[in-house]
Ligand binder design. Structure first.
Ligand code: NAP
Ligand code: ZN
Length: 357
């Protein structure tokens, strides 16, 4: 067994302000990487600008990261980072800007490399990365993964490099501006990370410390999430469940629901967590080791996998996915031994396609 979780994490109210010094110690000029609006509207960007000014750290803002960021966006940001002599990156937002910040940090530290290196396994340096999550789903603030859209393959894929953020600053107040759909989708993403990690060939007693705690927290807010009656304390639980889920998949990787979701998001623009959630109920219900599946249900507080499946369908609604999109997902997964090896049983194309909804 091995455990490696090198990101320094702080979580508290006014976290960015309180830990300005830790952030300022990482460099002299930052690239702040955000999406178009939410970092501004939720208040995170203003907190970061104030913290950097307090520390006399200069910055350049790149606020053009789209959902499911593309390689093209990463390369455009790298040009600016190089011309501005940036020496660290701050990803602020959901998984999209945090993942983009990691890839930008790697490409900027390797100015002679072109975009092909993103998917070439090779040890390369990267600039320090700070992450400030404003959604409660990806856990990207603690994972080494960065998932980019690959238009040439009509799907999304994690880059070949492991880039751990140096620092993660968590403040649940940023979640307050999220829409109900956004909260539900990202919370289900975290839930999928937990379950796909629990039911994974790489799970063990040590990394389950994170997974068990994430499932316990998720179980505490599940009814209020369904009833749209979340409390201030629930927002903290959601952020921590998401982070614990990130720590879980750092050690195990994800499994079938994630792999099947990528073409659904690419082809139908279904948000990441919702797309993953479409496969999650079927994944648990059909899991060959029902004792293991039930142990996750017990921690979450669901009577059985059937009740869990119904809960998810009510929460997310039903999404109609054309057969050819499911076929594309199954074909990609069955041709990817690295992904398939996380699932400790044989699986057929028909079983994969039946997992939807
Ligand atoms: P996201 O794509 O980062 O953002 C989704 C939407 O939510 C955007 O419109 C964004 O607005 C908005 N938003 C973000 N924070 C908000 C807030 N506090 N208030 C209001 N709106 C807010 O969503 P995500 O689900 O967090 O990330 C998904 C991406 O992460 C996918 O590409 C997925 O593959 C990846 N992912 C990565 C990992 C990992 O380990 N690295 C794990 C799972 C998933 P703006 O565009 O204006 O910011
Ligand atoms: Zn995910």
């Amino acid at each position: 067994m091995q455990l490696y979780m090198p990101t320094k994490v702080f979580s508290e109210e006014n976290c960015v302000k309180n830990h300005a010094r830790e952030m300022g110690a990482l460099g002299k000029k930052a690239m702040i990487v955000t999406g178009k609006n939410s970092a501004k509207s939720c208040g995170a960007l203003a907190d970061i600008l104030a913290a950097l000014e307090d520390q006399n750290v200069r910055y350049v803002l790149f606020d053009r990261v789209e959902e499911n960021p593309s390689i093209e966006t990463v390369m455009a940001a790298r040009e600016i980072a190089l011309s501005e002599n940036v020496d660290f990156c701050i990803g602020v937002g959901g998984g999209s800007p945090m993942d983009a910040a990691k890839a930008i940090a790697m490409m900027t530290a390797n100015p002679d490399e072109n975009e092909g290196v993103l998917y070439t396994p090779k040890a390369l340096p990267y600039l320090p990365v700070v992450c400030v999550p404003t959604t409660c789903g990806t856990g990207s603030e603690v994972t080494p993964y960065a998932i980019l859209t690959r238009h040439a393959l009509r799907t999304k894929k994690s880059i070949s490099h492991k880039i751990f953020p140096a620092l993660a600053l968590l403040d649940a107040k940023y979640l307050k501006t999220m829409s109900r759909n956004g909260l539900v989708s990202t919370a289900v993403d975290a839930l999928a990370h937990l379950i796909e990690s629990w039911l994974n060939a790489n799970t063990n007693d040590l990394n389950r410390i994170y997974t068990r705690e994430g499932l316990r927290l998720w179980g505490q807010f599940k009814d209020r999430l369904a009833e749209d009656a979340l409390t201030k304390e629930d927002y903290v639980r959601m952020l921590h469940a998401s982070m614990a889920a990130g720590m879980s998949i750092t050690h195990t990787g994800t499994s079938i629901p994630h792999a099947m979701s990528y073409p659904v998001t690419y082809e139908l623009a279904v948000p990441h967590g919702t797309a993953v959630g479409m496969f999650l109920g079927g994944f648990v219900e059909g899991y060959p080791d029902q004792e293991a599946a039930q142990s996750a249900m017990d921690i979450l507080g669901f009577e059985n996998a059937g009740v869990f499946h119904t809960y998810l369908t009510c929460l997310l609604g039903k999404v109609e996915v054309p057969e050819k999109v499911l076929e594309a997902g199954a074909a990609l997964l069955l041709s990817d031994p690295a992904k398939l090896k996380n699932y400790p049983f044989p699986i057929t194309e028909a079983e994969l396609m039946n997992m939807a909804n």
